[in-house]
Ligand binder design. Structure first.
Ligand SMILES: [Zn+2]
Length: 159
């Protein structure tokens, strides 16, 4: 999935669930974290294939992000009150990273149980129209959850 779609989909999902602008902003920052950790692909052909071999391994291993969320939440009571929002902001950045991994898992393969064994379903090709359609669908679902009127929908479809 393109970075812009990672950020949009993650932002809409977190905003819908939390209704919090700061947590949403944090998740949007974290939504590209697993790819940023890997760095850009090298232009040199042999270096590229070396980089490619490690693509979506440790950087996309969800247990690391889950462990960091647990650590942030365990540290929360130790943080003084003026800074007490920091563990939650960090947590939502890491939630953004986890959503990134899940989003990669529907357009390729990502590790789940071990860093080098990958699983996934390829619903669409990265950068394709299908990807943008998927992102638009998630946005519509989030908007409907947030603002939807079930009675209006029932009357529209005659239910
Ligand atoms: Zn990725």
């Amino acid at each position: 999935m393109k970075w812009i779609n990672h950020q949009i989909v993650t932002g809409f999902v977190v905003c819908t669930v939390t209704d919090d602008a700061l947590f949403t902003a944090s998740s949007i920052v974290g939504a590209v974290l697993p790819d940023r950790v890997e760095g850009s692909p090298p232009k040199d052909s042999s270096a590229y294939w070396k980089w490619r071999k490690k693509h979506r391994t440790w950087s996309h291993y969800p247990l690391i992000y889950i462990a960091l969320i647990v650590a942030a939440q365990l540290a929360k009571p130790l943080i003084p009150v003026p800074l007490s929002l920091i563990p939650d902001l960090l947590t939502y950045a890491l939630v953004g990273a986890l959503l990134h991994i899940a989003e990669d898992g529907i357009c390729g393969k990502v590790p789940i149980f071990t860093p080098h064994k990958k699983y996934g379903i390829k619903l669409f090709k990265v950068g394709s129209w299908s990807e943008y359609f998927f992102a638009a669908l998630i946005i519509l679902i989030c908007l409907f959850i947030r603002f939807g009127d079930l009675d209006l929908l029932r009357s529209y479809f005659g239910l």
